[in-house]
Ligand binder design. Structure first.
Ligand SMILES: [Zn+2]
Length: 71
């Protein structure tokens, strides 16, 4: 079985060719790539605005649950 690549933002299935050739890989489009950038920016701002030592463990747990892929 070949794992179907999907856009991490909108979950649109990508063909192997699309995934390999896309300028926006691993995203399906420039729009989704930008959404991802904004999402990370928003997350950083939210953490800065609401920085509270009591909340840090919760934030770290939340980040882990996102299934972040380093590769
Ligand atoms: Zn997408």
């Amino acid at each position: 079985m070949v794992r179907q690549p999907t856009c991490p933002i909108c979950q649109t299935p990508l063909s192997a060719a699309d995934a390999a050739e896309s300028r926006f890989s691993p995203f399906c489009s420039e729009r989704c790539r930008n959404v991802d950038l904004l999402r990370w920016s928003d997350g950083r701002y939210a953490i800065v605005e609401s920085l509270d030592p009591a909340q840090i463990p919760e934030l770290l747990e939340t980040d882990d649950s996102l299934g972040f892929e380093a590769e």
